[in-house]
Design a protein around this ligand. Structure first.
Ligand SMILES: [Zn+2]
Length: 411
C-alpha cells in the first residue's frame, strides 16, 4: 500500500509516495507509467535513457542520507519526464478506444445519456410516491386501463406532469419500452417499500444512537376483519431542538396475526420484530400496552414474560387507554347524573339534527352566523388595540394622561 508523501522536506516532489509495507519511497509516475518494454529499455537502443530506475519503481528507495540529491536527479531523468508526460496524458485525454473508434465514443455517450434520463425518471417517480404517502392518498384506481377516466392517483399524477411541461416524463411515456414504464402496481409497491425501508432505517439509526427505548404494541381488527399488530418505539431523539431533548414516538413495524394471540405468541412476535429491526432487548427500559390479559397479565402476559428476560423493561398501562376508560366509565356511571345527562342530551341533539337535511342546513346557518359575529367582534377589538398602541407611540409626552378606553362596538 502506498501513501502520499507528507514530509515537508520533500514537499516539492509531488510524485513521491511511501509504502508502509516495504518502508520505502517510490515515484508514482514511474511506477505506473515507466516504459519497460525490452526495445526501449535495452542498453543498445537509445542508451537505455527510458529505463526506469528500479529504486523508484520496484525495489523502493531507502538511502535517506542522500535523499534530496537523488530525488532531484531522478526528477530530471528522461525516464521520469516521459512517465510524468504519459501520466498527464492519461488524466486529460480520452480513452484510447475513443481515439481510435469514434463510434464507440458516441455509443457510450448515448448510453450515459440514457442512464441520466432513467435516473431523472426514477427521481420523479420517487418524489410522487413520497408526496402521495405524505398526503395519505391512495395510489391505485379501481380500473387502470388506458380507457379509464381514473387510473389511480399515482399514474394520473405522472400523466398530469407529463402534459404540463415535464419533458422528462413526457419523453418517458412516449418512448419507454412497454415493459419499462415503471407505473405498474408491482413497481408502485416496490417504490413504497423502498421508501418505507429508508424511513425505517433512519428511525432505527436514531433509536440506536439514543441507546435506550420503550416498546409499545397493540393489536386490533382491520377493515377486512384481519388481526393487525402495530409496533412503536419511543425514544429520546439525539437531534435535540434548541438544546431541549425531544421525545419521539415512531411506528416501526406492522404485522398480521395469523396464529393465536396468547401472551406467549405475542411475545414471540415481539422478540422476532425486535430481532428483525436489529434492536437489542436489553436496551428496552419500558413497555406500554393496553390492559388486555394477554399483554398486561402479571404471570403470562407479554409484559411479565419480557420483564423476566429484562428486569429494566418496566410495564406502564397506556395512559391514553386509561384516560379513555376513565371517560367511558364516568359517563356511564349511575351516580354521576350530570355527566350522563350532558352526554345523553348531546348525543340526542346530534341524532336529531343529523337525520334531517333541513334541520342540518338550519343548524349550519346558525353556526355560521354565530361564528361570523364572533369574528367581527375579535376584529374590532384588534383594531382598537392597534389604534391605542399607535396613540401611545405618537404621543410619548402624554403618557401620564389617563388613557381613554373604548369598548368594542355592539351590533
Ligand atoms: Zn519518476
Amino acid at each position: 500500500m502506498c501513501v502520499v508523501f507528507f514530509d515537508y522536506r520533500y514537499g516539492s516532489f509531488d510524485w513521491l509516495e511511501y509504502s508502509l509495507k516495504t518502508s520505502a519511497a517510490y515515484c508514482m509516475a514511474c511506477r505506473i507509467f515507466a516504459v519497460t518494454t525490452s526495445y526501449l529499455t535495452r542498453p543498445s537502443s537509445r542508451g537505455g535513457h527510458f529505463a526506469p530506475d528500479p529504486a523508484f519503481t520496484t525495489r523502493g528507495f531507502k538511502t535517506w542520507n542522500r535523499a534530496l540529491e537523488t530525488f532531484k536527479k531522478h526528477e530530471e531523468s528522461v525516464a521520469h519526464r516521459h512517465a510524468v508526460h504519459d501520466f498527464q496524458q492519461f488524466l486529460t485525454k480520452k480513452p484510447v478506444l475513443h481515439q481510435v473508434n469514434e463510434l464507440a465514443a458516441q455509443q457510450e455517450k448515448a448510453h450515459a445519456s440514457q442512464v441520466e434520463q432513467n435516473r431523472n425518471v426514477m427521481r420523479r417517480l420517487f418524489s410522487i410516491t413520497r408526496l402521495l404517502g405524505r398526503l395519505c392518498l391512495p395510489f391505485r384506481g379501481h380500473v387502470e386501463q388506458d380507457s379509464s377516466g381514473n387510473k389511480g392517483t399515482f399514474v394520473e399524477f405522472v400523466i398530469f406532469l407529463a402534459n404540463h411541461g415535464d419533458s422528462v416524463l413526457k419523453h418517458h411515456l412516449e418512448f419507454a419500452p412497454k415493459n419499462a414504464h415503471y407505473l405498474s402496481p408491482a413497481t408502485q409497491n416496490e417504490l413504497i417499500s423502498l421508501l418505507g425501508d429508508a424511513v425505517q432505517t433512519e428511525i432505527i439509526r436514531e433509536v440506536k444512537e439514543a441507546g435506550f427505548f420503550t416498546i409499545l404494541m397493540d393489536e386490533t381488527l382491520d377493515f377486512a376483519g384481519v388481526d393487525q399488530v402495530i409496533f412503536l418505539i419511543r425514544y429520546i431523539s439525539p437531534n435535540s431542538h434548541e438544546g431541549q431533548a425531544t421525545i419521539q414516538e415512531r411506528v416501526v413495524a406492522l404485522a398480521t396475526l395469523i396464529e393465536g394471540k396468547t401472551g406467549e405468541e405475542l411475545e414471540e412476535l415481539l422478540l422476532n420484530t425486535l430481532e428483525n429491526l436489529g434492536l437489542d432487548l436489553y436496551c428496552v427500559v419500558g413497555q406500554c400496552y393496553d390492559g388486555g390479559g394477554n399483554l398486561a397479565g402479571c404471570y403470562k402476559g407479554v409484559q411479565a414474560r419480557i420483564l423476566a428476560r429484562n428486569a429494566l423493561a418496566l410495564y406502564t398501562h397506556c395512559y391514553a387507554h386509561s384516560l379513555n376508560r376513565v371517560l367511558v366509565n364516568s359517563v356511564n356511571h349511575q351516580q354521576i347524573v350530570e355527566a350522563r345527562n350532558f352526554f345523553s342530551a348531546f348525543e340526542h341533539m346530534i341524532v336529531f339534527i343529523g337525520r334531517s337535511g333541513p334541520r342540518q342546513a338550519y343548524f349550519l346557518k346558525v353556526q355560521d352566523e354565530a361564528t361570523t359575529e364572533v369574528q367581527v367582534q375579535d376584529q374590532e377589538v384588534d383594531e382598537i388595540r392597534v389604534e391605542e398602541e399607535e396613540d401611545v407611540q405618537n404621543q410619548p409626552s402624554t403618557s401620564t394622561q389617563t388613557k381613554k378606553k373604548r369598548a368594542p362596538k355592539t351590533q
